[in-house]
Design a protein around this ligand. Sequence first.
Ligand code: BEZ
Length: 304
Amino acid sequence: MELRHLRYFVAVVEEQSFTKAAEKLFIAQPPLSRQIQNLEAELGIQLFERGSRPLKTTEAGQFFYQHAIKLLSNAEEIKSMTKRIGIADRTITIGFVGSLLFGLLSPILYLFKQRHPDLKIEMMDMTTHEQILALKNGRIDVGFGRLRISDPSIKRILLREEPLMVAVHSRHPLAQHREGLYLADLLDQQLFLYPNIPQANFSSQVRGIFSEYGLEPRNVRVVRELQLALGFVAAGEGVCIVPQSARNIHLSHLIYLPLLDEAAVSPVFMTMRNLDLSEDIRYLLDCVYQVYEAEGIPHQRTTF
Ligand code: BEZ
């Protein structure tokens, strides 16, 4: 059995048709059918229910499919890791979610560059979901994001739980609460959330925190990105919940108040491929902790 057989089998299962799988694989249908027959002969079992339309796997075929996709994903990972190790000039490519750039990402990168001037650093702005995919196909080496996404081939380190704040206009009645606000104070406000992408994101995280307390904001408007939400708030349109590091974004009449509910935090994660034991990633993690220590940010050190 070769990887090629697994690829063919996975394509047939996913397309539920030999014809469509052959098109996807750019081969003719008869050799594809022969390869699957050879595979079944080697295993001594049937992988597909005979005569089923659309094509269905047998119980054994389903088991084989689950393991075949893992094996293929491992093979891709080994390929991208080997290429990375073989590259003579050291490069580390970092994926990050945009909101991290306003806070500690800049000082962390600055320190990392000072410490490792020989290392080429490339930065890519992408969602946490995109980071997982990009780690697996070798486009990035490290991801910094906010979502708790699990994947068997990805290692995830929780760096810290960043407090959340409420951005309000300085003349908004809530602006008097300098000591801070509770989620319950925001229920009737026009609440700007972001971003407006379909997958889980910061806005779903914020809604999740409301529902942890059995609350639901009544007047929500979802906008494309953080800057837009803050722009509306500065224009006196409503309020917005942001990670604490966003308070570095200054707009006239915009003030940031602490959010006092205990669960009002947003996690910051660092992710990397399970198989990646590169020293450069360790050095980067060291820089994260050094900046935390310099800024007095509570955290728990993790090693890998
Ligand atoms: C942070 O804000 O904790 C952070 C931002 C970017 C990279 C790592 C950590």
